[in-house]
Design a protein around this ligand. Structure first.
Ligand code: NAI
Ligand code: MG
Length: 334
């Protein structure tokens, strides 16, 4: 039976990188049914709603959601969709590919960001003129869920020869109550995983360590805002946002999207790097248990990157679609 995929291109380069990545997905021969839906700035300008009810329904009934980018409405679109789909784990691989200028060539870890609470719960208020607040929500339930996810991921990676370690990043010395709980629950969950190492760092030091010793990490787990910031920095160590994919995983739904936004500075020029979206497609294939197709795409992409057949952000001279075609050609050949 065909995998039903809800496709939301969204705004800006979302309209370029999603069709390019779909071209690559189709080259695998896997049976997909793509169901297109609207969200973002453009539909907001037309209708006054950034995330239409119809889009939510399609996202809920499909086997997975493939998302491009939203612009200024991102908070009302993607942050909301992650909450509606209850995708509590935001998985962001950080991997050095050959042919890409990276800080080191042995970087290969995954950032797992808690996706439902923290400072992104959206509990902001203006309590007086010139006085504003934001409430940081950390619950034991969400902590247990995200840490279990991180340790299970480390276990899976260990089977593939990785170290088997989870690093927790927090700020429990200052945010004593919220991150105090975060750190405490981390080590409680760690006790259930004897085979996996557990360590923790303060988020500010962690921000340095992803630069000074990125090769020592395997799975890194952190809260929502910290994970957002840390993962863009991490992307910068392995070639930039054009290469950074992500998966949003819950118990019932999965949403796959590049880490980058709508990039208005390059939108419409056909030069956006499709790699982040293609790799998000690889994560989606693994979620759908299409492992062989996922491996094929990753191998094809590795070849294309190593040969320098890239968009201008990586020093090449191909357009978004030409780069995707190079990948698709190789996928068909395997
Ligand atoms: P951005 O990720 O769109 O762009 C940051 C920089 O990276 C820009 O210079 C851009 O040209 C470059 N870049 C991003 N993706 C690239 C690609 N595939 N290939 C080559 N270069 C790429 O972030 P920015 O500029 O802070 O935000 C732009 C808009 O995107 C805003 O309206 C923001 O709200 C929205 N946004 C949406 C997100 C989402 O939908 N998940 C995430 C982040 C931002
Ligand atoms: Mg971000």
């Amino acid at each position: 039976m065909a995998h039903k995929i809800c496709v939301i291109e969204g705004d800006g380069i979302g309209k370029e990188v999603i069709p390019a990545a779909i071209k690559v997905l189709e080259a695998t021969g896997v049976d997909f049914e793509f169901i297109h839906a609207e969200a973002g700035d453009e539909v907001f300008e037309k209708t006054g709603v950034a995330l239409p009810e119809e889009t939510i329904e399609k996202a809920l009934e499909c086997d997975a959601v493939f998302f491009g980018a939203a612009g200024e409405t991102a908070a009302d679109v993607i942050v909301k969709l992650r909450q509606i789909l209850k995708t509590y784990a935001n998985v962001r691989p950080v991997k050095a590919y050959k042919g890409i200028k990276c800080l080191r060539d042995d970087i290969d870890y995954v950032i797992v960001r808690e996706n439902t609470e923290g400072l992104y719960k959206g509990l902001e208020a203006e309590i007086d003129e010139g006085v504003t607040t934001a409430t940081r929500v950390i619950t034991r339930k969400a902590c247990e869920r995200i840490f279990k996810f991180a340790f299970e991921l480390a276990r899976d990676r260990k089977k593939q020869g990785k170290e088997g370690k989870v690093t927790c990043a927090h700020k429990a010395n200052v945010l004593k109550i919220t991150d105090g709980l975060f750190k405490k629950v981390f080590y409680e969950v760690a006790e259930q995983y004897d085979d996996i190492k557990a360590e923790d760092y303060y988020i500010d030091a962690m921000n340095m360590y992803i630069i000074t010793k990125p090769q020592t990490f395997d799975v890194v787990v952190t809260s929502n805002l910290f994970g957002d910031i840390l993962s863009d920095g991490a992307a910068g160590t392995v070639g930039g946002l054009g290469l950074a994919p992500s998966a949003n995983i819950g118990d019932e739904h999965g949403l796959f999207e590049p880490v980058h936004g709508s990039a208005p500075d390059i939108a419409g020029k056909g030069i956006a790097n499709p790699t982040a979206t293609i790799l998000s497609g690889v994560l989606m294939l693994r979620y759908l248990k299409e492992f062989e197709a996922a491996d094929k795409i990753e191998r094809a992409l590795e070849e294309v990157l190593a040969e320098g057949l890239t968009t201008p952000d990586l020093g090449g001279n191909l357009t978004t679609f030409q780069m995707a075609e190079e990948v698709a050609k190789r996928v068909e050949k395997y």
